[in-house]
Design a binder for this molecule. Structure first.
Ligand code: NAP
Length: 248
């Protein structure tokens, strides 16, 4: 049976969307959860629905000092899930260095520096499990999403290297790659579309768009010992979108 009893798990991006849902679910499954993000107010609201085993550590992961402070405050952990990320649609011809730095600093660089810092501090226990959240747009691009897709492709490559380097310690790393999930990011995506076009796009999901709990369920499995022989894998979660021949 799925449970995370006795495991200590760090969840970044825990103030909202998938990360908030996952933090609460890991808590329900018996884990000691460390929630991290920038917004204290939002984290406290998530934390208020959880048990006293949980703990908040505030950090802007694009700020190296704050990221190192987060690592130094961590206890020994049995896994972490990097949910922090953002979307920023931008046509290629208008991209400037600052746009690349801005998006990659949270979607990719923070994942690398967090992983590196945690490994160096030896705070990741033997048998730990790490999950990175990519996006189906890493494989299947969308208009204006070049930077987002590129950052997620690079994240997936990094995650596979992480899995290889740490397998001798029985530390696993996997990737969950969702299509549209109903969070704040979903609303941002929606606002970038004409309403009728967005409705048409949504209608192409045979199982409808995802809920944060759908993604949290898969991540919890990957964090648990039930998946102890799975590493370096990408689990695509798209409600059947890519089966649909009507996809433009
Ligand atoms: N929703 C979707 O349709 C979808 C689809 C595919 C993949 N994903 C991926 O799933 C992950 C979670 O997305 P979501 O939909 O749950 O998004 P969300 O609701 O917008 O949450 C994003 C989280 O990232 C945190 N964050 C952003 N910048 C940060 C920074 N500089 N330092 C620390 N934390 C930061 C935010 O917290 P603060 O603002 O409090 O810092 C927030 O908790 C992302 O990696 C996203 O790319 C989402």
């Amino acid at each position: 049976m799925l449970n995370l009893k006795g495991k200590t798990i760090l969840v970044t991006g825990a103030s909202s969307g998938i990360g908030a849902c996952l933090a609460k679910y890991c808590d329900e499954l018996g884990a000691n959860v460390i929630l991290s993000a920038r917004s204290n107010e939002k984290l406290i609201s998530v934390f208020s629905e959880m048990s006293s085993r949980s703990k908040i550590i505030l950090a802007d992961l694009t700020n190296e000092t704050e990221l190192q402070q987060l690592i130094s405050e961590l206890p020994q952990i049995d896994g972490f899930v990097h949910c922090a990320g953002k979307i920023q649609p931008f046509p290629i011809k208008f991209i400037k260095q600052k746009h690349i730095d801005d998006l990659f600093s949270i979607n990719l660089n923070s994942a690398i520096l967090l992983s590196s810092g945690i490994l160096k501090s030896k705070k990741l226990n033997q048998g730990a499990s790490v999950v990175f959240i990519s996006s189906i747009s890493a494989e299947f691009p969308y208009m204006g999403g070049s930077l987002y897709s590129a950052s997620k492709s690079a994240l997936e490559s990094f995650a596979r290297s992480f899995a290889l380097e740490n397998a001798p310690m029985k530390i696993r790393a996997n990737i969950v790659s969702p299509a549209l999930v109903k969070t704040e990011m979903f609303e941002q995506t929606k606002s970038a579309y004409d309403e009728a076009d967005f409705e048409k796009f949504i209608s192409q999901y045979p199982l409808g768009v995802g809920e944060p709990q759908d993604v949290a369920n898969t991540i919890a499995f990957l964090l648990s010992d039930l998946s102890k022989w799975i590493t370096g894998t990408t689990i695509r979660m798209d409600g059947g979108l890519l089966l649909n021949s009507k996809r433009d």
